[in-house]
Design a protein around this ligand. Sequence first.
Ligand code: FAD
Length: 406
Amino acid sequence: NTSHTVVIIGGGAAGIATAASMLKRRPGLDIAIVEPSDTHSYQPGWTMVGAGVFEPEVTQRPMASVMPKGVNWIKAAAASFQPEDNQVTLEDGSRLRYDLLIVAPGIRLAWEKIEGLEKTLGKNGVTSNYRYDLAPYTWELVQNLKSGRAIFTQPPMPIKCAGAPQKSMYLSCDHWLRSGVLDDIEVEFRNAGGVLFGVQDYVPALMEYVEKYHIGLQLGSNLVAVDGPAGVATFASEDGEVNHEFDMLHVVPPQVAPQFLADSPLAATSGFTDVDQHTLQHVRYPNVFGLGDAGSMPNAKTAAAARKQAPVVAVNALRALDGKGPTAGYDGYGSCPLTVERGKIVLAEFGYGGKLTPSFPTWLIDGTKPTRLSWMLKADILPWIYWNGMLKGREWLAGPGNMIAQ
Ligand code: FAD
């Protein structure tokens, strides 16, 4: 059995940023990160890959290259938690002991919940920007479609980056409009939820684009099955199930807490890590913290949120190691740059309760309106800040104030 002062589960946006932030505050701290993947993904970039703006390669780096110096990378998956014994069991059966545990394994994409989907993903016009290998197929389909019906789906909440289902749709429509084929394409947005976007202040700007692109907006319509070869998708609504033919189908899968977390004593009833939404400390185990998409907090699950949470966890976790109570607080900040057309973004930034938390004064960027400056942020500045600020614990670049969205 191995033992480390700090064990972090997950080397994604949240896990790496937290390790880097803790090491900046306490150099030499003994941290182990449990992470099975060889590569680390900048998932916010996949929307841009699906629209032909980014090459896929710029959104991935070797995991080894983002591991902060001095961290012990344990290349394995965690399988269960024994918080009473301050212990994590890995998939190979080995055990890891800790003084302090940070839980950040992300959210699980539950493709299998949609009947017939897995076997047709990546062919028959069925795609998703939620997977690195499929985002380029989205762009291929968009370029090839000249007429017919394109359906974009959104599953029930919670999902990571709740704006991503419509981002892909607007960018596709923009391409069809510019290439003169939009009039021959019927576009539908089928959203299991009851609103276009959860924070009302951004809805009017989005509705203008729904109208501009002649998008058929269907709320309360949930994708339940796909027959790829037949080009038919089945949606459930209050009125029962209906089949719709499609030429292109962009699917966002239902999303759930990782099973090993949901099955553990650390889980809330939702399955996510049961933490206080401000201090991010576990509500039952004070030497456990949780952040990122796997946390139970009711914020928008985004990398931007993880960027703000990481220093809060770093500060409070170091205090817990010293036997002290938490002092840092997270306000629920999350951000969603809604790519409404190539070159313009509606920059949604908000905290708990849908309170707007803009990073910029309105004269510079009014987040409720489409602006070119926010597109420049997303396309040119934010990826750089992610790799060189957030993942390096350089908070003067990446926060911790309301400086910049992700
Ligand atoms: P992740 O970054 O997903 O990392 C989780 C890590 O845990 C992974 O490396 C995984 O391998 C590891 N792991 C899983 N299981 C285990 C296990 N059993 N043991 C150990 N490790 C494990 N966010 C924004 O801020 N802005 C955007 O514009 C935006 N757009 C998006 C568009 C798309 C298409 C997608 C898919 C996401 C987007 N996001 C966006 C969301 C953002 O990517 C996530 O919110 C962010 O990555 C969450 O960080 P995380 O560390 O919690 O999870």
